[in-house]
Write a protein that binds this ligand. Sequence first.
Ligand code: IMP
Ligand code: MG
Length: 184
Amino acid sequence: MSRNHPDHRSPGQILVTAAEIDDIVARLGREISVDYADRHPILISLLKGGVVFLADLIRHLTIPHHIEFMRVSSYESTRSKGAVRIISDLDTSIDGRDILLVEDVIDTGMTLAYIVDMLRLRNPGSLEVCALLRKRVTPRRAGIPIRYLGHEIPDTFVVGYGLDHDENYRNLPFIAALDPGLGR
Ligand code: IMP
Ligand code: MG
């Protein structure tokens, strides 16, 4: 697959290249495989943005695991709406299970905090977070423990590798900043 195909043109500066993403995801997969060696975790991905990351991540896992999906919404275009809405919940019990929440990008941390609180009420055996990206401002806004972190990026709106702007750009094999003229 050509990385120069017109549909792969970047809408702004590339912040994480495809090769860098490969290395990051492989590292996270190794770390998770070691830590969960004698367990059988459920990886929960947040649709839709997290799906590309999850698909690549599980191919680096060498341990038995299940995957599940939730769909939540907190964003409209490039701004957080300030409220998290569950659009599609899990259809399986997590009681006593080892849960790894797989998130694409953490910005304000609001979405994650809400989901973590909600899932804790369902009595998982353990609950950890794996995030591909975290914006550098996140810790000041919300102190969410992230057990596995891929990469820190500046406080800017990014697209690619599953992340969208109004549903576009999810196909880009890299992470790019969205040029201000394109929707901020
Ligand atoms: P938070 O609640 O502000 O941390 O936002 C978390 C969710 O908003 C992520 O799961 C993404 O779906 C979305 N989001 C946050 N920042 C970006 C971005 O820069 N690009 C695309 N989606 C984003
Ligand atoms: Mg999104």
